[in-house]
Design a binder for this molecule. Structure first.
Ligand SMILES: Cc1cc2nc3c(=O)[nH]c(=O)nc-3n(C[C@H](O)[C@H](O)[C@H](O)COP(=O)(O)O)c2cc1C
Ligand code: SF4
Length: 691
């Protein structure tokens, strides 16, 4: 299909200093948990984005010197020649597909405690570590500033040698340069503190240094916040940002504009919708002649075109939309907008950085597996046989398996017990703030609907006999999981109430079965469900106390960045929060809790207890097929697998991954002793690479 002319504007080239982006699709810097540690995985992943049509593909934050070290998080680095070689893998892959490659030079200041390199951290002033490590930073003196400028310049030269086309001065996100700019954090009395001119001096020097060093061939970009400090969503606190900007407006070749509140900029869809930065940056384009890029979890080409036409931005910046769909630009270009795999705003991608793991994505199971497993988001091997595959259960795992098997050309039958497809995502998407999660279902259902080789059977709850008589060559059971009414107590599951006392679970709440009075939600799961269920009950007018055995509410949501907002959001709704208490018992009228540190017991009056604990796989169909009465494997005329929550309950990203893995590996032999290559240092057969 030809591209819709409404989107022509998105495909106009944009000149950025000495280089030209082929279109307006710009992958802003985003970390991956790969960085310096996994260069091959990284290069392949970024290359796929360039292939998918992004005009610019950037690195993650890229340290200029060991004095800026973020371990355990894995940043990129440009410290020496080994880094040049590693980055060249990426720039070559990006250039092969006609895109520009950008490097975001980074110095952490008091955000990096340098735990790995053990060099003393430096910042604008004496400061405590900004992320809670008991390591302070010392104030930089003039010599430190001279060193920093030299390190930055050398890193820029290395970036150019590595083949980058754009080099950043990274002056935001609470790192060193942001502290120099900020009138509150910059308490210096020398020529780098005090007046606006003084506080912008270092950034201006770095822009000038970088231009002088690499500006002949590379564009110089600055990442800069359009507002002064985080406030109420949608109401910028401009402070002196416009005056500050005016001092530098024409210096770089590109302005990459973000905002002070990272929890809004990278906001989870529970709290933030597409295009949320609009009120913050209306002034920027009018204040410079240089091109501007900004972000907003843009997945709709209509919104993108509107932003460009409205003069809000020149380039459409994207981190998450490019992760969920590396081929988003190509799909717009080819008139296949409905094929865009839209980001759901779950921020599981961010958990890769947070946990120092290679990036992963709920919507795009190939993300991070481009090199390791050789997966491509748009290409998949044709089927290895003409066997029919029966997939039982149309939740995220079953849907993804059916879709990917269909794309391989298999004849697929997808059987779902209920009328609607989507399994847990349909149920969860109806909970407060969760509606974008339905995109997990919608995209897959839309793709399957185009595949004549995939048949969908709704309201088809299959028995083992049904499956046996179906005649498929392969059967995948994806029947999901249910929330348990008992609780894992460290060693085993045990009851939390006497028989006959009702204990509710998230499944009950999602089925519309609510407590009849004040409720305690006990969250031993630790991710989003506890908070979301508490919110659902509160919206129904109930008094709610959310209890967690952890020292903070929704502890795992810290890894997705949701944690920045969850506690305040819940409190604002009037939900009481009690941390560090474990559940002992519920007698139908009172919940007995014990402090996890002191053991002291507390009782809370409650008409209902909702237990957000663990889930049990719904695997009876699998077991009935798999096992003979004596427990041995039953002989079957088809291959049998269980996938997703039905095998081991986990996050939705694990379910889509499991479905995809199943589809990829069907008829493809796998060495289970060493199932995938590892991207790690190889010292060579005789250790010659050890030095
Ligand atoms: C997984 C992830 C990692 C990120 N890492 C960086 C980073 O290294 N440097 C940076 O400047 N911004 C980083 N960001 C912020 C993004 O550049 C971007 O500003 C933000 O995600 C909003 O854009 P989006 O809505 O298109 O995702 C990261 C965002 C994500 C999702
Ligand atoms: S993990 Fe979630 S937020 Fe991140 S890109 Fe994928 S769908 Fe979007």
């Amino acid at each position: 299909m030809p591209r819709d002319p409404r989107f022509d504007i998105l495909f106009q080239p944009v000149r950025i200093g000495p280089v030209t982006a082929r279109n307006r699709f710009y992958q802003v810097p985003h970390c991956t948990g790969m960085g310096w540690m996994r260069p091959r995985m990284l290069a392949e992943m970024r290359g796929v984005k360039a292939e998918g049509g992004w005009g610019v593909v950037n690195t993650e934050y890229c340290s200029i010197h060991p004095a800026s070290d973020d371990q355990l998080h894995v940043s990129a680095t440009l410290w020496d020649d080994t880094d040049i070689r590693n980055h060249r893998l990426m720039t070559d892959r990006v250039h092969e597909h006609g895109a520009l490659a950008g490097a975001e030079l980074w110095f952490g200041g008091s955000r990096s405690a340098n735990l790995g390199t053990r060099l003393v951290s430096m910042d604008v002033a004496d400061r405590p570590n900004a992320v809670g490590h008991p390591f302070q930073s010392r104030a930089m003196d003039r010599e430190d500033i001279r060193n920093l400028r030299r390190w930055h310049r050398n890193a820029a030269l290395r970036a150019r040698e590595a083949g980058f086309d754009i080099v950043y001065v990274y002056a935001t996100h609470g790192y060193l340069l942001a502290h120099f700019l900020d009138p509150e954090t910059n308490t210096r009395t020398d020529e780098y503190g005090g007046s606006l001119t003084n506080r912008t001096r270092l950034v201006r020097e770095l822009i000038a240094d970088t231009k002088e060093a690499v500006g002949d061939r590379c564009a110089v970009a600055v990442r800069f916040a359009a507002d002064a400090e985080a406030g109420e969503d949608g109401r910028p606190i401009p402070g002196e940002r416009q005056e500050m900007f005016a001092l530098m407006a024409e210096m770089p070749d590109l302005w990459d504009i973000n905002i002070a509140d990272y929890s809004l900029e990278m906001g989870a869809s529970r709290f933030v919708r597409e295009g949320a930065l609009e009120p913050y940056l209306r002034w920027v384009k009018g204040a410079t002649t240089k091109p501007v890029v900004t972000v907003g979890r843009f997945t709709s080409p209509d919104t993108m075109a509107r932003w460009v036409k409205a003069g809000l931005t020149d380039l459409i910046g994207a981190a998450r939309p490019s992760i969920a769909d590396p081929f988003l630009p190509r799909k717009v270009e080819e008139g296949r907008v409905e094929d865009i795999r839209e980001c759901i705003g779950c921020n599981v991608c961010y958990s890769g950085d947070s946990l120092a793991l290679p990036i992963r994505c709920t919507q795009n199971p190939t993300m991070g597996e481009e090199w390791r497993r050789g997966w491509h988001p748009e290409r998949i091997a044709p089927c290895g046989s003409d066997a029919q595959v029966l997939v039982v259960g149309a939740g995220p795992a079953g849907l993804e398996a059916a879709r990917a098997l269909g794309a391989r050309g298999y004849r697929v039958a997808l059987a779902e017990a209920t009328r609607v497809l989507g399994g847990r995502v349909v149920r969860e998407a109806a909970l407060p703030g969760m509606r974008e999660y339905i995109r997990v279902r919608d995209w897959r259902e839309g793709q399957i609907a185009k595949m004549p080789n995939v048949e969908v059977y709704r309201e088809s709850r299959l028995t083992a006999d049904d499956v046996r008589s179906f005649g498929a060559g392969h059967v995948a059971i994806a029947t999901g999981a249910r929330w348990r009414r008992d609780l894992f107590t460290g060693k085993r599951f045990g009851p939390v109430a006497a028989p006959g006392t009702t204990v509710l679970t998230p499944d009950d709440i999602m089925d519309g079965r609510l407590p009849q009075g004040p409720a305690v939600v006990y969250d031993a799961d630790g991710y989003y469900m506890g908070g979301v269920i508490a919110e659902r009950l509160r919206q129904a007018g109930l008094e709610v106390t959310l209890v967690t055995p952890d020292d903070r509410v929704s502890p795992w949501a810290v890894h997705t960045g949701e944690g920045w907002r969850v506690p305040g959001h819940l409190m604002a709704q009037g939900i009481a929060i009690l941390t560090a208490h474990e559940l002992r018992w519920f007698d139908g009228a009172e919940v007995t809790l014990a402090c996890v540190h002191s053991g002291r017991e507390t009782a809370l009056a409650a008409a209902g207890l909702v237990l957000v604990g663990q889930r049990a796989p719904v695997d009876d169909l699998y077991a009935a097929l798999r096992y003979a009465p004596d427990g041995s494997h039953a002989p079957l005329p088809f291959t049998l697998a269980r996938i997703g929550d039905c095998e081991a309950p986990a996050i939705i990203a694990a379910a889509t991954y499991a479905g995809h893995l199943y589809a990829r590996q069907l008829d493809a032999p796998v060495d289970i002793d060493l199932p995938m290559p590892h991207d790690r240092t190889d010292v060579g057969p005789r250790g010659e690479g050890a030095k």
